[in-house]
Design a binder for this molecule. Structure first.
Ligand code: SF4
Ligand code: MG
Length: 336
């Protein structure tokens, strides 16, 4: 399969008064053409920073890309200047944010905001762009689009605003759509509608999608593969079935137990993951999950586990799954 995006060993830090916060610590993953992947993890795990770095939207400074490559259609975005990124953003890669109220411009009509990209990137006239903006509003299921096109964001409901955001993001037919918690602020029924809409539009346009979410519930339906992040690292990645039915990493298992899901049996209780993620000013030496892990062994505190493949599509970073684990574990165990 052809890759549209490949992120290789990405490291992103933020320089603060307290020191260097290592928000993204060697993240690698890829997205194939026409594929939907989810990046999941608790807040602060680096998933949003990763996606904003792909769009080069992090403020530098205080942010800094310390290392790594972001290959979009084989071309590295990391060294690209702001001028070049402006041509890519909105046209090749688009982003939908969690809260449309803060990312929509309150002083411009919804129509104008859809038209902007069409005029800028596709050279349409104002009249042509407006025509297309109305078509986009139809496409995302906004009724009376010819009237709605002249309304302002505050005249739209929450769900409608999210649909409008999707219309803006998809107006220029991007090859990659990054949706950062696109449904978190919405109620469950609207959430489901928005996810259905994204899926339908994806099938129609052939765009690839990166869905950033803390909510595994929306992932199963909407995505092909899942990337699980913890403390700025990818700790497990696999197909939706592999992650949901054969999770390998204790953190992934914990995540699955802690979120309400339709496929959970009625009597299965929700179990929160106790403790908090580590401080990324001083990330731990070994496995970052060790302080919260009920399986933590001596080796986990000393050495960080590498990603290990259990199938061609399924990888996880945990000493429990490592072929060398037994060997390395023996000395510390017998020492005690
Ligand atoms: Fe737990 Fe050790 Fe696996 Fe980390 S490496 S998740 S501490 S068992
Ligand atoms: Mg976030």
């Amino acid at each position: 399969m052809e890759k549209i995006l490949e992120v290789k060993d990405l490291r992103v830090s933020f320089h603060t008064y307290a020191g260097e916060v290592k928000a993204v610590r060697g993240v690698s993953f890829h997205v194939n053409k026409g594929e939907s992947i989810a990046i999941v993890g608790e807040s602060g795990c680096g998933k949003s920073v990763t996606s904003q770095t792909i769009m080069k939207l992090i403020e530098m400074p205080p942010g800094e890309i310390k290392q790594g490559q972001i290959l979009f259609e084989g071309e590295d975005l990391v060294p690209k200047k702001e001028k070049e990124m402006e041509k890519i953003r909105g046209k090749e890669i688009s982003m939908i944010f969690q809260d449309p109220m803060t990312s929509l411009n309150p002083t411009l009509t919804i129509g104008r905001q859809i038209m902007e990209g069409l005029i800028k990137h596709q050279g349409l006239s104002k009249a042509e762009a407006k025509e297309q903006a109305i078509g986009m509003l139809d496409l995302v299921g906004i009724p009376m689009s010819d009237r709605r096109v002249d309304q302002y964001p505050h005249e739209f409901s929450g769900g409608m605003r999210q649909r409008a955001m999707i219309a803006i993001a998809l107006a220029c037919n991007p090859k990659l759509l990054i949706a950062d918690e696109p449904t978190t602020a919405l109620d469950v029924t609207i959430q489901a509608q928005i996810m259905d809409l994204m899926k339908e539009l994806q099938q129609r346009t052939g765009a690839s999608i990166i869905l950033i979410t803390h909510d595994l519930g929306v992932v199963a339906e909407a995505c092909d593969r899942v990337v699980v992040m913890y403390a700025g690292e990818v700790i497990e990645t696999g197909t939706v079935d592999e992650i949901f039915y054969h999770p390998k990493h204790p953190y992934t298992k914990g995540l699955l137990k802690s979120v309400p899901r339709l496929d959970l049996k009625k009597d299965e209780p929700l179990v929160p993951i106790l403790g908090t993620p580590p401080d990324l000013l001083n990330p731990p030496k070994g496995c970052a999950f060790a302080p919260r892990c009920e399986y933590a062994m001596k080796v986990c505190l000393e050495y960080s586990p590498e990603m290990e493949a259990s199938t061609p599509s399924h990888q996880s970073a945990c000493w429990l799954n490592h072929p060398l684990a037994k060997k390395r574990l023996t000395p510390p165990q017998t020492e005690e």
